[in-house]
Design a protein around this ligand. Structure first.
Ligand code: 5GP
Length: 119
């Protein structure tokens, strides 16, 4: 899949569309999901044009890959999810119902979560 620079998260990164930001550094931006599936539902996106985890890990520079994953952990810590627990998830492609073609990690928490896969 080629990267579409008009996707909604690209627009959020460029500041063209607002988001409810929870964290930002040189490598990543994190914000609340507009349609939360759990009491805590945060999205973390890398600052770069990558569609999926496979694309990101094949093409991104090492400092961006490291910085992005550090940011995911930092967001989970700052959301105070580390003790109670949380789930991270990244959809890729049609079978996973990826809606937005910019790599994003979902962080879910704030309640006892259901089964890992619902169907
Ligand atoms: P995906 O299915 O691609 O893994 O998840 C995309 C997520 O992005 C969905 O959970 C959806 O609610 C969220 N989302 C879509 N558009 C927006 C938006 O404009 N702002 C925010 N904050 N979240 C969005």
């Amino acid at each position: 899949m080629t990267y579409d620079s008009e996707n909604i998260f690209a627009k959020i990164l460029r500041g063209e569309i607002p988001c409810d930001k929870v964290y930002e550094d040189a490598h990543a931006l994190a914000f609340h999901d507009i349609n939360p599936q759990a009491p805590v539902h945060i999205l973390v996106i890398p600052k770069g044009a990558y569609v999926s985890m496979a694309d990101f890990t094949a093409s991104a520079p090492a400092d961006l890959i490291a910085g992005f994953f550090r940011a995911v952990g930092q967001v989970a810590r700052e959301a105070e999810l580390e003790d109670a627990g949380y789930r991270i998830l990244a959809n890729a492609g049609a079978d996973a119902h990826q809606e937005v073609p910019h790599l994003h990690i979902h962080i879910f928490g704030g309640k006892r979560l259901g089964p890992m896969l619902t169907r």
